[in-house]
Design a protein around this ligand. Structure first.
Ligand code: CTP
Ligand code: MG
Length: 175
């Protein structure tokens, strides 16, 4: 896998992570419940609709990629397998995003405030980990250089995307 193929591979996770900002809202993912430390499990920034819309966005992204770029997006997999991997990328992104919130609440960091690296990277790390359980060839297709490049790239894209979302008034804070 070269860097472009890796970017195409993680695109469902990127889209999954972005869509809840627009489609999220309503009932909270943690049902407003507190953890044993008396602080919220996840907080008001994580909603059920946001979580579900992220997974769906991942699947739709994978579907579109399979249809328009099937020989670049996971060329060795069948259509059905591509969709399963896309689902796992979306689910992994949402789990990673929620894990980031969980850790932030433990350190008393409010929704909207940021923890360096955790906030920007947990979604992509979880997405890679979960999808590799099914797409086991991933481990032999990538190496540490590719992963480091992806993490650096994701960090920069995440910050730029959030700044843009702030500028068009989708997000209250520019990170
Ligand atoms: N969002 C959502 N459901 C999710 C994830 C995100 O509804 N599962 C929406 C929320 O409106 C949230 C916004 O997307 O405020 C931005 O997401 P994010 O930056 O991940 O959340 P924060 O508000 O910063 O909260 P936290 O500190 O818990 O990450
Ligand atoms: Mg945030």
């Amino acid at each position: 896998m070269n860097f472009y193929e890796l970017l195409l591979f993680v695109l469902p996770a990127y889209i999954a992570n972005a869509v809840p900002v627009v489609l999220g809202g309503g009932a909270k993912l943690d049902f407003n419940k507190n953890f044993i430390d008396g602080k919220r499990w996840l907080g008001d920034g994580k909603t059920i609709r946001g979580f579900a819309s992220g997974i769906l966005a991942g699947v739709i992204t994978g579907l579109v990629l399979s249809l328009i770029a099937g020989n670049l997006f996971l060329p060795d997999l069948s259509f059905e397998q591509k969709i399963i991997v896309s689902f796992l990328l979306g689910l992994g992104a949402m789990l990673g995003d929620s894990f980031g919130s969980f850790m932030k609440r433990r350190f008393s960091i409010k929704p909207g405030e940021s923890i360096f690296l955790l906030d920007q990277l947990s979604f992509v790390i979880f997405a890679l980990a979960l999808s590799s359980l099914y797409y086991v060839r991933l481990a032999s297709e990538i190496n540490s250089d590719l992963i480091l490049f992806l993490l650096g790239f994701t960090y920069v894209v995440h910050l730029s995307a959030n700044q843009f979302a702030h500028r068009i008034k989708l997000k209250k804070v520019p990170w």
